[in-house]
Design a protein around this ligand. Structure first.
Ligand code: SME
Length: 159
């Protein structure tokens, strides 16, 4: 499924009354199914104490349910306010290993300008798994979720 179709399904769920958590869970499921090389797919949410906490995810359980800003690929994406596409995690000095099977990792921030709400984190068992198409797919869904965060604050619908 491409990014636009995923967003359309999320729109439909939202129109049918799904709550914010259900939308996050479904976004993770749809992304995880969208690409063969996505072996672990999850959302980390940023809390006011400058810590990321693990939300919905699919894949092997991880010890990293709590990551402080600046730590690992996930925490450094927040500290530097930019997405991270790591083609070979064995060469990344600031990397927190979830599984020895992981070879590459993508982090896409869920943000409104400088304001960061959360991030989508994806691990792959293949090196260099995240080509431009895969990144665009994840960015599209991150954009949808960013609008959901903004609207949930205002108690409005996304669409
Ligand atoms: N590898 C991440 C930690 C999260 S796990 O991949 C699920 C990092 O370096 O921050």
């Amino acid at each position: 499924m491409d990014g636009m179709k995923i967003c359309q399904e999320l729109d439909r769920m939202e129109e049918n009354g799904a709550d914010f958590r259900q939308l996050q869970i479904r976004a993770v499921e749809l992304l995880h199914e969208a690409h063969q090389q996505f072996d672990w797919t999850g959302i980390y949410e940023l809390f006011p104490d400058n810590a990321l906490r693990l939300g919905p995810f699919l894949g092997a359980p991880t010890d990293h349910v709590f990551i402080t800003v600046g730590n690992g690929v996930c925490g450094s994406a927040v500290a530097e306010k930019r997405n991270k596409n790591i083609p070979d995690v064995t060469k990344e000095p600031n990397y927190l290993a979830c599984s020895s099977a992981t070879k590459s990792e993508l982090v896409v921030l869920i943000r409104d300008g400088d304001r960061i709400f959360a991030q989508i984190d994806i691990d792959s068992h293949q090196f260099d798994a995240f080509d431009a198409e895969a990144v665009a797919l994840v960015e599209t869904v991150a954009g949808w979720l960013a609008r959901a965060y903004i609207h949930s604050e205002r108690g409005q619908k996304v669409g």
